[in-house]
Design a protein around this ligand. Structure first.
Ligand SMILES: NC(=O)c1ccc[n+]([C@@H]2O[C@H](COP(=O)([O-])OP(=O)(O)OC[C@H]3O[C@@H](n4cnc5c(N)ncnc54)[C@H](O)[C@@H]3O)[C@@H](O)[C@H]2O)c1
Length: 419
């Protein structure tokens, strides 16, 4: 074999994995269907937040190479699939990238190969979707080749936990498959946690994300009624967090975003509905609460303007931070989009500031970008802090704004209105 591993899908998940494996001395091949991504990577250019151009260049120097040529998959001892798993139009799982990438591996499968799925998906996917495609090759999983699922836990922007020091959950089609996959990850990940099988590993990932989704919904719902009751909910969370056991702090916000939290729990609830015929009520309730947060924030913004005798129609509203997460440029599923839409529908003149986002378009039209933060904050009728990028000093900005609505709880001054 000329490559230890081929990683299929070179995005937020596949690329950091490729870097860690390259760093550990493995010969790593990257496969992606996007020729632009492949070309840029081979030229030492990164397209994701967590890796700089210099990081990619040092991967290339360390032997990493990307390709769109499917035949090269045959040269690898292990194939790891890290392709996107979005929702389809009807809200169900869209596994087209997974089946596409699996098909490519199946056509190049060889005896002894280890195939691992990392994409987040519903329980049973590895066994019911991936395995049959691979077995079309005539080879049998657990007999002729090894098959496992290992959920990706990457947290973009997290400076403490990366691919190496985040424990890796691994579940194989057979016990031997688990061991083979665990041995592979042990070459570049500190701790490997084995599960009984692929379904347990798939469900562990969904439990983690569903847990976050539900707890965020809990604090979002509490934030609303605490506001009505005149209770400072941020102070409540601070106090509750002093309990050294049995409590983990979650914080309210303008809605959930990103590739995982708004999407993955739906994979689980859809699966429960389709297979068992009944709803996963916690997920559906959390979905409902979190999805209405942008409208709630728009409503609170409208009230703030109203209290000052101003109509939202014609008011200038500056949104600070439009990415789904602090300190990165990832805009996928960002709640800033529905929030801006609601404000525009109310007639507000919306502009934005975000050090990580050069252009921001809604329904094909660019939103006006404020380049100078302080003058834009002073000029706007209302400033809404949507994302707590490290560049934003909330109290300072609130002190110069006409009205400042803090949806992330970073301010302490009475001049700010908190969610
Ligand atoms: N981004 C995260 O924070 C995160 C965290 C944990 C888990 N995940 C999960 O990991 C998976 C991948 O997510 P991502 O964020 O890396 O996606 P991404 O969109 O950043 O990257 C996916 C890459 O896969 C490529 N691709 C699509 N179809 C392909 C195919 N058939 N063959 C080869 N390449 C193909 C795309 O061109 C793209 O470059 C998803 O299931 C996601 O839910 C993501």
């Amino acid at each position: 074999m000329s490559a230890d591993v081929v990683i299929l899908g070179l995005g937020y998940v596949g690329l950091p994995l490729a870097r860690e494996a390259t760093r550990a001395g493995l010969s790593v091949l990257g496969f992606d269907i996007n020729a632009g991504v492949v070309e840029a990577l081979n030229a030492g250019r990164s397209h994701i937040d967590d890796l700089s151009d210099a990081d990619v260049q040092s991967m290339v120097d360390g032997g990493f190479r990307a390709t769109t040529d499917e035949t090269e998959i045959a040269t690898a001892a292990t194939a790891v699939i890290c392709v996107p798993t979005p929702l389809s139009e009807d809200g169900g799982p869209d596994l087209r990238a997974v089946t596409g990438a699996t098909g490519a591996v199946a056509r190049r499968l060889h005896a002894g190969m280890l195939v691992i799925l990392e994409s987040t998906t519903y329980p049973g996917t590895t066994d019911e979707v991936v395995r049959p495609i691979l077995e079309q090759s005539g080879l049998l999983a657990g007999v002729d080749f090894h098959l496992a699922f290992s959920p990706e836990r990457i947290d973009p922007g997290n400076e403490t936990f990366g691919a190496r020091n985040t424990p890796k959950v691994v579940g194989g089609h057979t016990a031997a498959c688990t061991e083979k996959a665990a041995a592979f990850y042990n070459r570049f990940v500190d701790v490997v946690v084995r599960t009984k099988g692929t379904r347990e590993a798939e469900t562990a990932k969904l439990l983690e994300n569903t847990y976050r989704h539900i707890n965020i919904a809990l604090v979002n719902e509490m934030a609303r009624f605490c506001h009505e009751l005149g209770i400072d909910f941020w102070d409540v969370i601070r106090a509750a967090s002093s309990k050294p056991f049995g409590f983990e702090a979650f914080y309210p916000g303008p809605g959930v975003g990103g590739h995982c939290i708004p999407i993955d729990p739906n994979y689980l609830s859809h699966n429960v509905r389709v297979k068992l015929g009944y709803p996963f009520r916690f997920v559906e309730l959390a979905e409902e609460i979190n999805a209405t947060m942008p409208a709630y924030v728009a409503h609170r913004a409208q009230n703030l303007l109203n209290e000052a005798g101003m109509a939202t129609n014609g008011a200038s509203v500056l949104m600070l931070g439009v990415t789904y997460k602090a300190n990165i440029g990832d805009q996928r599923e960002s709640p800033a989009v529905p929030l801006a839409r609601q404000l525009i529908a109310l007639g507000a003149k919306v502009s934005y500031h975000d050090p990580y986002v050069k252009n921001w378009a809604l329904a094909g039209a660019d939103v006006l970008r404020a380049d100078d933060l302080e003058s834009a904050v002073k000029a706007a009728d209302l400033v809404i802090l949507v994302q707590k990028h490290r560049e934003y000093d909330g109290d300072r900005l609130a002190s110069i704004a006409q009205r400042f609505f803090d949806t992330r709880g970073i301010t302490t001054t009475d001049r700010a209105h908190r969610l």
